[in-house]
Design a protein around this ligand. Structure first.
Ligand code: ZN
Length: 914
């Protein structure tokens, strides 16, 4: 799955992409490995329902699932027959089912022997007890259930979307939505073939994982469609889309050197939007081919459908042969905003990578879902880069990993591979640590063993486990064997089985006058005010260091597998410069003495982009740890703003933005002045430059200057363009604002043009069928500051005018902006139930507690904790996200009290010495 980025500094990847790292997440470490220690009860007693995994008393072999789905109604119905193997005699069994009204249940053995059964849901999480009228002997049998169920109303399970006059049904099963749609064995390790049938209104499109095999007109005016038997699948990967969708048949993706058969490609959208799918379809073959070349095996499924869900459910989902997307990710053309086309590329590549890693080879249990997501993140970035070389994807995994480090610096950080012992804990596993730290660790190991060796390991893994399941141990074994580098296993384990960011301290000893000795040591990074014991972790870290030997740039690498190490440098002189994470190859931060920091800052213009990115991160981390003076930090950020590469500059601006959170409102003017002084000259210099990097940088600098640095001179002319774009005084003029600048320019309209503009844009955001416009409009609306208009936005949210992740993104942005934090906080507390319901069910426990992440005082930390705890029952599994959010607030308060004045003085001095 891939989650859409909701906030700039809430890390994202693909929910099917990454949202929350800096917003924070998950809490207490669980003790046991759930895979090895199932929490299911013994089959004999059946006194306590299993809160985690089912045991293996009864295992599924094959499903016949027959659904009747009419999206104009509020309920759907189904019949399921599950062929099972009963491994020991039973009187009753546990399986999964949630909110199902079961009207018939029985078991058959062979043709004649029918045993009646009762079905009773016993846990809110969806665990049901099936009791038989007589003891059932071990052996093959078939379970039968007949039932009805309501459509889900929270973008989960099988849900209904009403748009205009039309109703659609769509699905999102990961993690545990399937149990709301049919009774079954809803955990990833049970991977079996499905025969699917859907009965629906004549004229409705029906899409599921496999091609349609046949259809039959029924006497009641409905049609029953039967689909090809699937390859073995876990329940969480089934998909359904039913309704008056547009179906775009794109023809066949032809065979290639890896694949000897063609694959049918189609696009599925809400009625009338099919033509907007062309770009996504046209570019699919190119990305798919890069993945086939990497894996060395063909795309595993018969057909491929890209489904644009008419409601923003939070990203994308890798259902085999039937991938679902938020509309923003697939409805576009070649003139759409660069950010949108880039999002499509890496999210699509991420979901396609899952067709092998996740779908063809599936985790045994949710404790290894990190490997799915880490792999798809890393592979998606790699395939995007191979497919679109000018698209600036080559540092994506590094930036993702750096983005996860703030979350990983918390005492409440989660380790990558975390036991999952209950259904409620599953959602914890979908966070920045899983996607981005995981992706970064894979990139580090690939670098360590070499690209080809790593690829050999991945291919071996696919070969061994195709159509089956595998654990992280299996993957490590494949990698070690395929690459011939068994020593990567302990390094791998040291990063996935403990939380935290390693801090590598580096210095050079030239005492003997001959050979320079590099001294490196490791500890766990801890920000100021943290309860982390710096000596609490120890890693096996592939460390690469570059240094200057009398004008020649050299580098050396070593495995740091003890607390400290001395490494002799191949140097004729004492180095004048030192970079302790050359090429950003390692998942660690570094610390230096102040003279070495100053040297690195002076070298910024010459640093390669990856080296500059890790410098930005480690320098910021040193400031937040209280180890770097404010003045040095400000000087360093100013140097990075002038780096040649767009994402280095963006990283520096993002750190500047973060600093506004830790000063008093009265001190903001000083920061805003310094921001303009730092950024304006570079922005002017960029004018007119083209190319992906330059365009992205111009767009980001413009937004920063207008929104963060409050550059009044830039606003007035753009406000006129905003008015023209939406047609405030006449017909809308789409050419009035370049697409890449749309959100920034509309934001000015929202803030400077008052109620008529706000009302008109709000109406257009609600009714527009152009996802790029809607995205920009929502971003702009969420920057509204005038209290009366804030109230209007809140009313629209409560009325359900924005749904799913769209609504979540707007609430986040209102919370994080100083001008609206308090108004939004009060509104959330007053409307707790509705606001919580607004958040899609499958990530409610990750999102709602993180809304408080913008606070920066001890009092607010306590208040927020009390508020969320008072809502606990509405979001089971909230504990870790709350612990991390509260800790982030406390850390912000600590740095504020220690460093805010020093920082403000440093910015003041910066502006005065220009
Ligand atoms: Zn994913």
């Amino acid at each position: 799955m891939s989650f859409r980025k909701i906030l700039q500094h809430c890390l994202y990847l693909s929910i099917s992409v990454m949202i929350l790292s800096a917003c924070s997440e998950p809490a207490e470490p669980l003790v046991e490995n759930a895979v090895e220690s199932p929490t299911a009860i013994e089959s004999a007693g059946h006194t306590e329902p299993p809160v985690g995994q089912l045991d293996n008393t009864v295992t599924p072999v094959h499903y016949n699932l027959d659904l009747r789905i009419d999206p104009s109604r509020e309920i759907f119905s189904g019949k399921v027959a599950i062929d099972v193997m009963i491994n020991e005699q039973v009187d009753s069994i546990w399986l999964h089912g949630k909110n199902l009204d079961v009207t018939g249940a029985y078991l058959t053995k062979g043709d004649s022997n029918r045993i009646e059964a009762t079905y009773e849901q016993r846990l809110e999480s969806g665990v049901a007890l099936v009791s038989f009228s007589e003891t059932v002997a071990a052996g093959a049998a078939t379970l039968h259930f007949i039932y009805t169920a309501p459509f889900n109303t929270s973008s989960n399970a099988l849900f209904k979307v009403v748009r205009g006059e039309e109703s659609y049904a769509a699905s999102q099963f990961e993690s545990t939505g399937a149990r709301q749609v049919f009774p079954g064995f809803d955990q990833p390790g049970f991977k079996v073939p499905f025969d699917l049938m859907v009965t629906t209104r004549t004229g409705d499109v029906v899409v599921t994982n496999t091609p349609e095999a046949s259809s039959e007109e029924l006497s009641d005016g409905f049609v029953r469609r039967t689909f090809d038997t699937t390859r073995p699948l876990p329940t969480y990967l089934l998909a359904f889309a039913v309704g008056p969708y547009d179906m775009v048949d794109f023809g066949m993706i032809p065979p290639n050197t890896i694949r000897d058969r063609a694959v049918a490609l189609r696009g599925v959208t809400a009625k009338g939007l099919g033509s907007q799918m062309q770009y996504a379809l046209e570019n699919t073959e190119g990305i798919l081919t890069k993945l086939e070349e990497y894996f060395g095996t063909p795309y595993p499924y018969k057909k491929l459908d890209l489904i644009a869900i008419p409601e923003s459910f939070g990203g994308a989902m890798e259902n085999p042969g039937a991938i679902t997307y938020d509309e923003y990710l697939v409805l576009m053309d070649e003139n759409s905003p660069l950010d949108q086309r880039r999002s499509y590329t890496y999210v699509h590549a991420h979901e396609l990578a899952h067709q092998w890693f996740g779908d063809l080879v599936t985790p045994v249990w949710w404790n290894d879902i990190w490997l799915n997501e880490a792999f798809a993140t890393w592979m998606g970035n790699k395939a995007s880069d191979a497919f679109w070389a000018e698209g600036e994807f080559d540092r994506s995994s590094l930036k993702g990993a750096l983005g996860a480090m703030d979350n990983d610096s918390l005492a409440a950080a989660r380790q990558i591979r975390e036991p999952v012992e209950s259904t409620e804990a599953i959602s914890d596993a979908f966070d920045g640590i899983t996607y981005q730290k995981g992706g970064g660790v894979l990139a580090m190991l690939e670098r360590y063993v070499g690209e080809e060796n790593f690829q050999a390991g991945v291919r071996l893994h696919m070969e061994r486990h195709a159509d089956g399941t595998a654990t992280a141990e299996d993957f490590m074994a494949s990698l070690a064997e395929g690459s011939g580098r068994a020593e990567l296993i302990p390094a791998f384990k040291s990063f996935i089985e403990q939380p935290g960011v390693p801090l590598v301290s580096a210095s050079v000893n030239c005492d003997d006058g001959q050979n320079a000795i590099l001294e490196v040591s490791q500890s766990r990074y801890a920000p100021l005010g943290s309860t982390i014991d710096p000596n609490s972790g120890e890693w096996e870290i592939p460390v690469c260091v570059s240094y200057d030997d009398n004008g020649t740039q050299k580098s050396t690498c070593a495995m740091l597998n003890e607390r400290s190490k001395s490494i002799k440098l191949d140097s004729n002189t004492c180095p004048s410069g030192l970079h302790p994470n050359a090429d950003g190859a390692g998942y660690y931060r570094f610390s230096l003495d102040e003279s070495w920091w100053n040297g690195l800052i002076a070298d910024v213009p010459d640093l390669p982009p990856a080296d500059a990115l890790v410098l930005a991160d480690s320098m910021g981390a040193a400031f937040y740890a209280g180890k770097l003076p404010g003045k040095t930090y400000v000087t360093g950020l100013a140097a990075l703003i002038n780096h040649e590469t767009w994402d280095v500059v963006a990283a520096a601006m993002s750190q500047l933005e973060q600093l506004t959170n830790m000063v008093e409102a009265g001190q903001l003017l000083v920061l805003e002045q310094a921001f303009r002084d730092m950024v304006q000259p570079r922005f002017v210099e960029l004018a007119g430059k083209s190319g992906t990097g330059s365009e992205m940088l111009q767009q980001r600098m413009q937004r920063f200057l207008i929104v963060m640095a409050k550059d009044q001179g830039m606003r007035a002319p753009l406000a006129l363009n905003a008015a023209a774009r939406i047609g405030l005084n006449g017909d809308p003029d789409p050419s009035a604002v370049p697409v890449n600048e749309l959100e920034t320019v509309l934001s000015i309209g929202v803030q400077d043009l008052g109620e008529p503009f706000f009302d008109m844009l709000l109406e257009q955001a609600i009714t527009s069928e152009d996802p790029a416009f809607r995205q920009a409009a929502m971003g702009a609306l969420a920057r509204v500051e005038e209290p009366a208009l804030v109230a209007k936005l809140q009313a629209a949210l409560l009325a359900g005018s924005f749904k799913g992740s769209d609504a979540v993104g707007m609430v986040f942005r209102q919370m994080v902006r100083v001008a609206t934090t308090e108004l939004t906080y009060a509104w959330i507390v007053d409307n707790d139930e509705t606001v919580i319901e607004m958040v899609p069910e499958h990530f409610r426990s990750n999102i709602v507690p993180a809304f408080g992440g913008a606070f920066c005082s001890e009092d607010r930390a306590d208040e927020w904790q009390n508020f969320i705890q008072s809502q606990a029952e509405k979001m089971p599994g909230y504990e870790r996200t709350l612990a991390q959010t509260v800790e982030s607030i406390q850390l912000c308060a600590a740095i504020k009290s220690a460093k805010a004045d020093e920082l403000v003085a440093a910015f003041k001095e910066y502006s005065s010495t220009l």
